[in-house]
Design a protein around this ligand. Structure first.
Ligand code: AMP
Length: 400
């Protein structure tokens, strides 16, 4: 059975076609600059060269139509017919409070997704537009939504309610939602398998351009560092992560910032970029730090410090930890950061083997646990697209 996974952004549409019988990727690609002009990069597994072109993509619909033509193209494709695609899985950052699990998206669900755009203004509209385009072009097959927030549907109320007047939660649904859930669910599931323990207490660190940390027990998330928006938690490429909220109002007054200006400051100019003044990309910051740039060194120390603090608080919430997992761009690749985070955590049962950490091969599951450590530590490459394809398959197989 073949499943197409689509991740639509404001000017992009990423896709991956899976053969679920074999668990393999048949093709993948990315349409960029949608609504501006257009670029597509498309790769069929096993082909030597990626296909690249610059067609005009006025909207998501033209992009998905182009993708389907490419997938069935004799030279650049891998399908005899579009009819081979059994379903499409769509990545959604936000499912609100109602879409608590992956679900087939029909009119009612789409109306609900539209109704929660005010709490998901950046990701919601392009994802809905991508979904509608795909439904128009492939009307006869199921379209399934997989939501980053749904992994957090069972957070206890004391973990998701903010200590502000309760009426504001009732009126505006302001609460912790959590994000990156599909990635945390995937790597926590792998860790459970590696431990052979479904009840395991697991802390997963998704550290990429956006970063979040999640505590899982019995396969369910009980707390997570991102909140009402993906702004909370650890410092990120350009996002501040959690800070004293009064810093915001103080700066608004001192710098005469509007609400939009304050959001821009916290979303686009803060985090690793803001502190280092070098870049939002960890590789650039590491390079500058190695050359003696003190602010670049500070940015990386501050990042490790904040990750450590959250890990510590989750060990307390879980009353112990069986596994610590690192994933995503920084988590999978930045050995120094893993070393720094895990340094002096032996009181919590966490210790890693420095040599294994330094030589851990890229793109593979790697166990870093030091001899004698109570908890096991892993690097587990994330695969959100595969998770979306798996959920989509399971939903269409259980369809009434
Ligand atoms: P992601 O959002 O998961 O694609 O991760 C992007 C982040 O991963 C960027 O900040 C990159 O700097 C970081 N990253 C990717 N490769 C490396 C590497 N080899 N060393 C350090 N950071 C890396």
């Amino acid at each position: 059975m073949k499943i197409l996974v689509v991740n639509a952004g404001s000017s992009s549409l990423k896709y991956r076609l899976f053969d679920m019988d074999r668990g393999t990727v048949l093709a993948k690609g990315n349409c960029e600059r949608i609504g501006i002009d257009g670029i597509i990069t498309h790769t069929v597994t096993g082909s030597k060269e990626p296909y690249k072109a610059t067609p005009v993509f006025p909207n998501h619909r033209t992009a998905i139509e182009y993708v389907l033509r490419l997938l069935t193209d004799k030279k650049f494709g891998c399908l005899g017919s579009v009819k081979e695609i059994a379903a499409v899985g769509h990545r959604f950052a936000h499912g609100g409070e109602r879409l608590r699990a992956s679900a087939e998206l029909k009119e009612e669900e789409i109306a609900y997704l539209e109704s929660i755009v005010p709490i998901n203004p950046l990701h919601g509209p392009p994802a809905i537009s991508g979904l509608k385009a795909c439904r128009e072009v492939m009307p006869d097959i199921p379209h399934v939504g997989v939501f980053d927030t749904s992994y957090y549907s069972d957070l206890p109320d004391y973990a998701y309610i903010y200590p502000i007047p309760y009426e504001l939660y009732e009126k505006y649904r302001v609460r912790r939602y959590g994000f990156h859930g599909t990635s945390h669910r995937f790597v926590a599931g792998k860790a459970q398998e590696l431990l052979g323990n479904k009840d395991a207490k697991i802390i997963t660190c998704h550290l990429g351009n956006g970063s979040s940390i999640t505590a899982t027990v019995n396969g369910k998330a009980i707390d997570t560092s991102m909140g009402f928006t993906p702004q909370d938690g650890v410092p990120m490429g350009t996002r501040s992560g959690g800070i004293d909220p009064t810093v915001v109002t103080y700066l608004m007054k001192r710098e005469q910032l509007t609400a939009d200006g304050a959001e821009k400051l916290l979303n686009e100019k803060s985090g690793l970029l803001g502190v280092s003044g070098v870049s939002s990309d960890c590789r650039d910051i590491r390079e500058a730090a190695a050359k003696g740039n003190l602010r670049a060194q500070l940015a990386m120390k501050l990042l490790a410090h904040n990750i450590k603090k959250i890990i510590g608080s989750y060990v307390a919430e879980l009353n112990g930890v069986d596994a610590l997992v690192f994933t995503a761009g920084i988590g999978e690749n930045d050995r120094e950061l893993r070393q720094e985070v895990c340094k002096d955590l032996d009181a919590l049962g966490i210790a890693i083997d420095e040599e294994v950490n330094a030589t851990c091969p890229r793109g593979e599951i790697c166990e870093l646990t030091a001899k004698g450590a109570r908890a096991r530590t892993f690097v587990i490459p994330t695969d959100e697209e595969y998770m979306i394809a798996r959920d989509t398959l399971s939903i269409i197989q259980n369809r009434k």
